[in-house]
Design a protein around this ligand. Structure first.
Ligand code: BV8
Ligand code: ZN
Length: 244
């Protein structure tokens, strides 16, 4: 990570009217949240792709709820890190700022971000499989199997699983931001999961300056204008220019 890169990105952000940010699990890594495809990405030898599906939930809702309860318990003790705080500070300085996240952990809002699009939903909201009512639920653990207070049907996490469509309003808002932003920052994502994995190309195609922050190279690396190798919690405070 060299200062020339940091300075270049800081200048671009200062000149930008509209900024979009896309984050993945890597932005929460230094808060202690295990990423999906790094070490610790397994639970009882299951991969996320095997549990975060409607089929897995239909087959064994208790197993899937046990997985989410484990993650809720982990998240209960976790705090936003300087990467989350730096993004919240940047939002306060940019006229048109949109934070698009793939994460379901709620740490961006906890870190002070306001205009957050949760592409994949939230681990802190549940949805009724009967009447579709969506409610906040912070029970740790949630009693398994959870049932709807309105109609008694089984509750599921209000999270987008593999093979499920992303919420229309989130998609519309995200692509609007990608089309109009002067700068897109892609932070801590492996660039594997669609449609988020194509968002760097969408912004680039619309004329944005795209910069990636990651500890490894990803499929986005060949698309972006600049990749800064480093940990989000170290790089972002340098770019935002505050000793957080
Ligand atoms: C859809 C909720 C269409 C779950 C998640 C074949 C079969 C079936 C489906 C598909 C298929 N091929 C493609 C698909 C589509 C599929 C997909 O893309 N699959 C992939 C695996 C190939 N996508 C979908 O199914 C999506 N829906 O396409 O719908 C449709 C349309 C109409 C009608 C019906 C259907 C839905 C995808 C959403 C899945 N849900 N999450 C949960 O969380 O419980 S995805 C899951 O992965 C998380 O949300 C996570 O955020 C996301 C992406 O992962 P990353 O965030 O990138 O995390 P990862 O661990 O991979 O990487 C971390 C990165 O951080 C690494 O690069 C690492 O180097 C870096 N890092 C680590 N530490 C740091 C760091 N960087 C900086 N600093 C650090 N300190
Ligand atoms: Zn219900």
């Amino acid at each position: 990570m060299d200062n020339v890169d940091i300075e270049e990105v800081r200048k671009r952000l200062e000149e930008a009217h509209s900024v979009a940010v896309l984050t993945g699990a890597g932005v929460s890594a230094e808060s202690g949240v295990p990423t999906f495809r790094g070490e610790g990405g397994l639970w009882r030898n299951y991969r996320a792709e095997e549990l975060a599906t409607p089929q897995a939930f239909a087959r064994d809702p208790s197993l899937v709820w046990e997985w989410y309860n484990m993650r809720r318990e982990t998240l209960a003790t976790i705090k936003p890190n300087p990467a989350h705080t730096a993004l919240a500070m940047l939002e306060g300085r940019v006229e048109d700022f949109t934070l698009i996240t793939q994460n379901v952990d709620g740490l961006h809002e906890m870190g002070g971000s306001r205009n957050v699009i949760e592409l994949h939903g939230s681990i802190w909201r549940v949805r009724c499989t009967g009447c579709s009512a969506v409610t906040e639920n912070h029970d740790i653990p949630i009693a398994i199997p959870p049932s709807c207070g309105e109609c008694g049907a089984l509750l599921r996490p209000h999270i987008v699983w593999f093979g499920e469509a992303l919420p229309g309003d989130a998609i519309t808002a995200a692509y609007g931001a990608l089309e109009r932003c002067d700068v897109l920052r892609v932070i801590g994502t492996s660039g594997v999961v669609q449609p988020a994995a194509s968002m760097a190309s969408v912004a680039k195609g619309a004329g944005a300056y795209v910069v990636e922050v990651n500890i490894e190279l990803t499929p986005n690396t060949t698309v972006v204008d600049k990749t800064i190798a480093g940990k989000a919690a170290e790089v972002l405070p340098l770019i935002v220019g505050q000793n957080l």
